[in-house]
Design a protein around this ligand. Structure first.
Ligand code: ARG
Length: 281
């Protein structure tokens, strides 16, 4: 089975209980609260932009006391009809796991879990480009988690050590566009990781520091449409040169929690860059 859905389908969670209630990455400060109304407007606009690009949005019900549940990218990694559930490193987010599990199960996924002592933060740290799963580790996910995920799914994994605390999840510094093209922010990787990326992905589009810090790499890709936070003009120009259609939408209320467009979504039919989508074996 290639996947449970045959058109672009994305899981999002409305920001009813979103807020900055704890600090688990350098972006978050309880002294810098988010504005509930602005967050709601930004989230709804993102949803509309994704729908205009052809996506169907499924909703995860928001829960009081779980402000980061909005970041559905961290729920699981999806492969065909299998969802490997996250095991969050921080206690503050561990309460999300049963809700993610219940939703994915009711949608028809076979939900698999990793052993209890292994941290793994889903599609935030594990992204397919071609037939390979690129996997970020150290700050959130354990390197061991990716080995286990690779064995469970029978796919090749390339582990990438994340070296910059502001880019604590792989999806904040790396974004596959197609099976052979990706966007990345080089300074978030060590030399080994850079060599691995450069030798396995033929076309890499580099993002500079100021746009990386505006979450340029945290993009949602639907066909040729690439959706990011606003304020990433150089990446957008490079994308237009390569015949993509970049779209910007303001997401600064979510940047306060260390997240942006991609973090707010989980692609349920598989990312466009994943080769497994196009094969039935
Ligand atoms: N505050 C959340 C955390 O630190 C943000 C998660 C962003 N998600 C992502 N996929 N990068 O866990």
């Amino acid at each position: 089975m290639p996947s449970l859905f045959d058109t672009p389908t994305i899981l999002m969670c409305p920001p009813d209980y979103y807020g900055i209630e704890y600090e688990i990455n350098p972006w978050m400060s309880r002294g810098r609260a988010s504005d509930t109304d602005v967050a709601r407007t930004q989230w709804s606009r993102l949803r509309t932009v994704l729908e205009s690009a052809g996506a169907t949005i499924k909703e995860l019900e928001p829960r009081a006391g779980l402000p980061d549940l909005v970041f559905t990218a961290n729920a699981a990694v999806v492969y065909r009809d299998i969802a490997i559930l996250s095991r969050f490193r921080h206690a503050e987010r561990q309460g999300e796991e049963p809700y993610d599990e219940a939703w994915l199960t009711s949608a028809g996924f076979t939900v698999r879990r990793l052993p209890p002592d292994i941290y793994f933060e889903g599609a935030g740290d594990a992204l397919f480009c071609g037939d390979t799963l690129f996997a970020g580790y150290r700050i959130r996910s354990h390197a061991r988690s990716h080995q286990l995920v690779g064995e469970m799914l029978g796919v090749r994994v390339i582990p990438l050590e994340l070296t910059d605390d502001y880019h604590y999840h792989l999806d904040t510094c790396f974004c596959p566009l197609t099976a052979d093209t990706a966007v990345y922010y080089p300074a978030a990787f060590d030399d080994y990781g850079l060599r691995a990326l450069r030798s396995s992905i033929p076309n890499l589009i580099e993002v500079e520091r100021d746009e990386a810090r505006r979450f340029a790499c945290n993009a949602v890709v639907i066909g040729r449409t690439v959706v990011t936070n606003n304020g990433c003009p150089r990446l957008h120009a490079s994308l237009r040169d390569r015949d993509y259609s970049p779209v910007e939408t303001p997401l600064h209320e979510f940047v306060k929690a260390g997240g942006s467009a991609k973090c707010l979504t989980l692609r349920l039919d598989g990312e466009d860059a994943a080769s497994w989508k196009r094969s039935s074996t």
